[in-house]
Design a protein around this ligand. Structure first.
Ligand code: SAM
Length: 280
């Protein structure tokens, strides 16, 4: 294996710092630095960017990001056992890596970051999905981030990029695709991680659009989509009945047959419906 920096191999780092993987923190580590550099390259040109990394663990992806030329990396890690290993990386890249110990769901990283900002992470599945939804639903758009490069279970990655008419199409696809371009850029087998998880993984790269693809009020769109997919097998006239007494007229005005099911409705049509719902 080629070395991407002068630091010890990750297997040695893990041994030296006794970083046995904790299931409770969703720890499945990437040990191949060529692979982590490849993931870092999917995040785009990092040389002019600050990178927010969530869950650096022993630092495989962190080292990939720095070796690929990130201007600065801010890494948020919940497991204090990882801090000494991460400090060794800070020493090798003076002034370029800041590590904050804590729960990424509770930390506001923005005071430590300067735009343009890219986000990269290999996170436990539940934390990753929750952060993704937060990053996709800020009060103002464009968001603080230019791009998100995130590892997910393959099944979740497929939900993010899903097209209408497929089983995986739902709220996550609509949220992601309304204001971002979303692509699966890599797939990884379980053996890429230590310990190996049960499922395959995939890296999704999302780029923030300057403005939404179609006009709609974010809160109204979100309410309509949530209601539609909460009862995804029902026809929309029933699934959305509670939202408006004249839902059938509003659906027709948006160009959607009232007998349609959520799975068949395009993003453009959902945005048209959100605009109709916003009329008094
Ligand atoms: N990035 C490393 C890699 O690729 O080898 C580690 C990946 S491991 C799947 C997930 C990492 O996220 C672990 O280091 C874990 O301790 C950390 N983590 C889990 N929950 C977290 C949270 N809420 N906030 C910050 N870090 C978290």
């Amino acid at each position: 294996m080629t070395q991407i920096d002068g630091l010890p191999p990750l297997s040695e780092v893990i041994r030296a710092h006794e970083l046995s993987a904790k299931k409770s923190l969703g720890q499945n580590f990437l040990l191949d630095l060529n692979l982590t550099a490849k993931i870092a390259r999917q995040a785009g040109d990092l040389s002019d960017c600050d990178v927010l990394e969530v869950g650096p663990g022993p630092g495989g992806l962190t080292r990939g990001l720095l070796a690929e030329g990130a201007r600065r990396v801010l890494a948020l890690e919940k497991d204090p056992r990882c801090l000494p290993a991460l400090a060794e990386i800070s020493d090798a890249y003076p002034g370029q890596l800041l590590v904050i110990e804590g729960d990424a769901l509770e930390i506001n990283p923005l005071e430590h970051l300067n735009p343009p900002i890219r986000v990269a992470a290999n996170l436990p599945y539940n934390v990753g999905t929750e952060l993704l939804v937060r990053w996709l639903t800020p009060k103002d758009w464009p968001p603080f981030w230019q791009s998100l490069t995130l590892m997910f279970q393959k099944e979740v990655a497929e939900r993010i990029v899903a097209a209408p008419g497929t089983k995986k199409y739902g709220r996550l696809a609509l949220l992601a695709q309304w204001r971002a371009d979303a692509r699966i850029v890599m797939e990884l087998p379980p053996e890429a991680f230590v310990p190996a998880p049960k499922v395959h993984s995939a890296v999704v790269h999302l780029t923030a659009l300057e403005k939404p693809r179609f006009e709609a009020d974010a809160a109204v769109l979100s309410g309509v989509v949530a209601a539609a997919f909460n009862q995804r097998r029902k026809m929309l006239r029933s699934a959305l009945k509670a939202l408006s007494p004249d839902i059938e007229d509003r659906l027709r005005a948006a160009g959607i047959p009232p007998t349609e099911r959520a799975e068949q409705v395009s993003l453009e049509a959902f945005c048209a419906l959100a605009r109709e719902m916003a009329r008094s």
